[in-house]
Ligand binder design. Structure first.
Ligand code: KIV
Ligand code: ZN
Length: 508
């Protein structure tokens, strides 16, 4: 039985999804979750690209323990130096150097000849190797690269010290047969690769990213790159949870094991969905709302007689518990602490637990049964509020069914400034958002607004997602807010987005 490693790039390729921007605290929270999910290596960012990316890679390097932390770099010394600096506190650092090798990229993007590309790979992989024990090289657009040249590029990287070779299907062009054969071709034509790990990296433009990754595994790949929920530019990347479950359910075929803790799939997926603002489609494999629902009478009858008739996996396998014991306002801190552990929050500090318990008590006064989804939302809400620089202190609304609504809002900044103002609007949300714009003295644009109820019932908590852009800088950010009251949740989401714009301005 071979072991397949997972390399998660949710914070790098995943963050390239339009509108997705995690702040540093959110990235650290996600990194810890990915570590507890059993991810082997995490691409934490591209340190040279911005001070924010550098800071996030560096904070993640300090926060995680056993997971490898990876920084991306072009074939440039300053990129490699930045990755080295950002990763200097990591227990297990790794660099990921890339350079395009397809004719179309070399000619139109890089303006480099084949010889120049090979020379650059040799020079920069060797330089990376002088700073890192583990060096990964990716020939970008590998699947559209002329095969003989691809082998030359990979051989150059291996000879210069690369220990991991990643074969990206950058534009999601390949199919399982071709991609599998490419791994065969590379591994039978490259020399001195006994200690080299081959890795696959697929984009989902033609809907084949998971199938391509599995084909690579069948043909010698020891590592899969991907993202949680398949987030990423365009149609996204390989969804890690899909490959992990496929390897588990079809272990008879793939003869492979992984380090993934499958029971943490759902909570990991929920965290990424919540913080990225990208909802999960109901029919998405493994994690979609309908993934375990049986509608047809024949299927229902079969499942009742024997679940295996129509179920190849159980909801419990991915951590979707069906019979949860709700907490209520009489539950004490011990029961609450036990619930946190049961839900997988095993690495919270006593201070964090106390803050969450206080918030739980406030919620329990308003909501009779506190369900697991409420607890997950409390933990996520806490990460969001402690990581943002603007806090909603008070919101007052005057509503009339016929005319202008009015809002008065007080905000506290991370610098302890108390700001307040009032404004009107044709609806309550408009009044709230006009007021926040006045307080912040900035007319940002609301591009998208989505509201969800976390559980069923009139007393369900609301989760609001907004996409906001700054017309001056064109920067677009996502914000999320969770609250028992939908208007408060809406205000929190907008402030969360404003905080991100503010953090960006401070860094620039
Ligand atoms: O898709 C791609 O080619 C990439 C590289 C940086 C590996 O993301
Ligand atoms: Zn990619």
């Amino acid at each position: 039985m071979k072991t397949i490693q997972f390399f998660d790039t949710s914070l790098r390729d995943g963050e390239q999804t339009p509108g997705v921007n995690f702040n540093t605290a959110e990235k650290v929270r996600i990194a810890k979750q990915l570590e507890s999910y059993g991810i082997d290596a995490l691409e934490a960012g591209f340190p040279i690209t911005s001070p924010g990316d550098f800071e996030a890679v560096s904070e993640i390097a300090k926060a995680v323990d056993k997971m490898t932390v990876v920084g991306l770099a072009r074939c440039r010394k300053k990129d490699i130096d930045a990755a080295y600096e950002a990763l200097k506190h990591a227990n297990h650092p790794q660099i990921h150097v890339f350079l395009a090798t397809s004719e179309i990229h070399m000619k139109y993007k890089l303006h480099m000849s084949e010889e120049e590309v090979l020379a650059s790979i040799k020079e920069h992989v060797a330089y990376a190797k002088s700073l890192f024990e583990n060096v990964q090289f990716s020939p970008e657009d590998a699947t559209r690269t002329e095969k003989e040249f691809l082998v030359k590029a990979i051989q150059t990287a291996v000879d210069a010290g690369a220990t991991i070779i990643n074969v990206p299907d950058t534009v999601g062009y390949s199919n399982p047969t071709e991609y599998g054969e490419l791994f065969q071709y590379i591994t039978s034509n490259c020399q001195n690769i006994d200690n080299v790990i081959f890795s696959c990296h697929c984009h989902n433009d033609l809907g084949m990213a998971t199938a391509n990754a599995l084909a690579a595994i069948e043909n010698g790949a020891g590592r899969v790159e991907g993202t949680i929920n398949g987030i990423g530019e365009r149609a996204g990347n390989t969804a890690i949870e899909e490959v992990a479950l496929a390897l588990h359910i079809r272990q008879d075929f793939y003869q492979a094991k992984t380090n993934i803790i499958l029971e943490k799939t759902k909570m990991t997926s929920d965290l990424i969905s919540r913080l990225s603002g990208i909802p999960i489609h109901k029919t998405k494999p493994i994690i979609g709302g309908n993934a375990f629902a049986h509608e047809s009478g024949i299927h229902q009858d079969g499942v009742l007689k024997h679940p295996d008739t129509y179920e190849i996996m159980t909801p419990q396998l991915i951590g979707l518990k069906t019979n949860h014991l709700p907490l209520g306002k009489l539950s004490g801190s011990h029961a609450f602490g036990q619930k946190l552990i049961e839900l997988g929050y095993t690495n919270l500090t006593p201070e964090e637990q106390q803050i969450l318990f206080d918030e739980f008590k406030v919620l329990a006064d308003k909501k009779k049964n506190i369900l697991d989804r409420d607890i997950h939302a409390l933990v996520a809400g806490n990460t969001i509020s402690t990581s943002q620089s603007l806090e909603l202190k008070n919101l007052q609304l005057q509503f009339t069914s016929n005319g202008q609504q009015a809002a008065v809002i007080e905000i506290e900044t991370a610098e302890n400034d108390q700001l307040s103002d009032s404004a009107t609007g044709l609806g309550s949300i408009q009044a709230i958002y006009n007021t926040i714009n006045r307080i912040m003295d900035k007319d940002v644009q609301l591009d998208a607004f989505r509201i969800e109820s976390l559980t069923s019932g009139k007393d369900a908590q609301a989760e609001v997602h907004v996409e906001v852009s700054d017309p001056e800088t064109q920067e677009s950010v996502h914000g999320v807010g969770i609250d028992f009251d939908i208007l408060t949740a809406s205000a929190k989401a907008y402030l969360n987005a404003f905080s991100k714009l503010r953090e960006g301005e401070k860094r620039d």
